[in-house]
Design a protein around this ligand. Structure first.
Ligand code: ADP
Ligand code: MG
Ligand code: MG
Length: 209
């Protein structure tokens, strides 16, 4: 189960993780992109963090929708619309819910993933954020199907995201700026897969409490 307070804590924790890893994400993007992933994400999530106090009165779906609008309007590049789509679809998936069951949380994650897939048209193995997000959603759904607690399931999802992130290193990029590099994209970890891992890790920290 996940409460509205935990959703707000997750967003705050993720904003902190992005701020702490801003340089790291930007360095990863410097190797295979245009050195702005940390800057882009930090701009968006600092804005989200600054809005959290006034979101306390809203329901879960409205909070996620505000996050989406904030990201789309403040984050440039590929990651803004993609994360914006993730949170928009997540918002729609939990419309009317006052708290989230494990099944609701699975629907939220699946809807977010489906949105990113539709918007970005990347497939598993293209060296994008999908390579961390898709295994995480699969692991979460599988774990709750086995009767695991929310905390256990999100921990398994985070481990899957971390493995997926590491698995992007040997991949040849087929989508986004990194794809312009062809073979030179190999042997580098994808920045977007790394920020997705941080998103899951932040969620597991909040739910593990
Ligand atoms: P930009 O590449 O426009 O500068 P960012 O640097 O903020 O944007 O984000 C780059 C990340 O976006 C990549 O590391 C990758 O994970 C993700 N990405 C790029 N294109 C796509 C896509 N079509 N589908 C999914 N993720 C993508
Ligand atoms: Mg970039
Ligand atoms: Mg850019």
């Amino acid at each position: 189960m996940m409460t509205k307070e935990q959703i707000l804590q997750w967003l705050e924790q993720f904003a902190d993780a992005i701020a702490q890893n801003k340089e790291y994400l930007t360095q990863l993007d410097a190797a295979i992109g245009d050195a702005d992933h940390g800057i882009n994400m930090d701009r968006g999530f600092q804005k989200v963090a600054s809005q959290l106090p006034k979101l306390a009165e809203q329901d879960i779906s409205s909070v996620l929708k505000t996050v989406s609008i904030t990201l789309i309007s403040s984050v440039g590049g590929a990651s803004g619309p993609l994360y914006g789509t993730f949170f928009l679809r997540a918002s729609t998936a939990v419309a009317g819910k006052q708290e989230l069951s494990n099944e609701d949380l699975a629907s939220l994650l699946q809807a977010g993933l489906d949105g990113v897939l539709q918007r970005g048209k990347a497939q598993l193995g293209d060296k994008t954020m999908i390579d961390a997000l898709s295994p995480a959603v699969t692991a979460f759904t599988q774990a709750i199907g086995q009767g695991k607690t929310t905390s256990e399931a999100i921990q398994q999802a985070t481990a899957a995201a971390e493995q997926g992130m590491q698995a992007t290193i040997p991949m040849l990029a087929k989508k986004g700026r990194a794809s312009y590099l062809g073979d030179r994209s190999i042997d580098h970890q994808d920045p977007g897969a790394t920020s997705v891992y941080l998103m899951l890790k932040s969620l597991s920290e909040v739910l593990g409490m």
